[in-house]
Design a protein around this ligand. Structure first.
Ligand code: GAR
Length: 223
């Protein structure tokens, strides 16, 4: 149609973001869409916690929100089925987990295989799960970091796309390390989402490819 810009909404890819908490990663992605670093729109924000501050961020950005609480469903499977149906109804191209602190069922991850990204505050495969900062300190690590990866049925599992490392100094406490990691999170997640939206990043048979090149196990440019 004449007069339509290439990045007209009609052609824009759609992203659904799942959250459970403060939503700083959500905000970074909203901002990156707003300033057209990412050429896509966040079409819905989903939370499993009705009081997640990220829902306020979505409302401020005039993005539709939906809350699905575990107590409303007989099983994890039933909950994920409902969330999946909702996501399908939005025709989203990409599902972004941004601090969604509930393990997704295999039926959900398989239903949307190759379309789900997660961010996790460790250098996976080290420290999947909770309390990664404390565990890195306890293990005497001298570096920690953050990973963006495709999602499979394992907790914090799936092909790694990009990692950012931060140092751990001898006098550090958990807060020091978290602060350093969070700065990196807000840099790398919008970048990976942009790669996906631009069609540069794909997952095929459980492996991540950027521009057709297989990414190494620790993701792109890990050093
Ligand atoms: C982030 O640090 C993210 O890496 C982590 O939750 C936090 C959410 O913060 N995710 C996980 O631990 C996933 N296993 P946010 O709500 O401010 O974006």
């Amino acid at each position: 149609m004449l007069g339509l810009g290439f990045f007209n909404e009609e052609f824009m890819k759609k992203i659904v973001v799942l959250i459970s908490g403060s939503g700083t990663n959500l905000q970074a992605i909203l901002d990156a869409c707003q300033n057209q670093f990412i050429h896509a729109e966040v079409c819905a924000v989903i939370s499993n916690k009705p009081d997640a501050y990220g829902l306020e961020r979505a409302k401020n950005a005039k993005i539709p929100t939906a809350v699905f609480e575990r107590k409303s469903y007989p099983s994890n499977l039933a909950m994920d089925q409902t969330i999946g149906d909702f996501i399908e109804s939005t025709a989203a191209d990409l599902i972004v987990l941004a601090g969604y602190m509930k393990i997704l069922t295999a039926s959900f991850t398989q239903r949307f295989a190759g379309k789900i990204l997660n961010i996790h505050p460790s250098l996976l495969p080290k420290f999947p799960g909770l309390d990664t900062y404390q565990r890195a300190l306890d293990a005497g690590e001298t570096e920690h970091g953050v990973t963006v990866h495709f999602v499979n049925e394992e907790m914090d599992g799936g092909a790694v796309v990009l990692q950012a490392k931060v140092p751990i100094f001898p006098e550090d406490n958990v807060g020091d390390i978290e602060k350093r990691v969070r700065v990196q999170e807000l840099q790398i997640y919008p970048l990976v989402v942009k790669w996906f939206v631009d069609g540069r990043l794909k997952e095929i048979d459980g492996k991540a490819y950027l521009d057709g090149n297989l990414l190494p196990a620790s993701g792109y440019a890990s050093e």
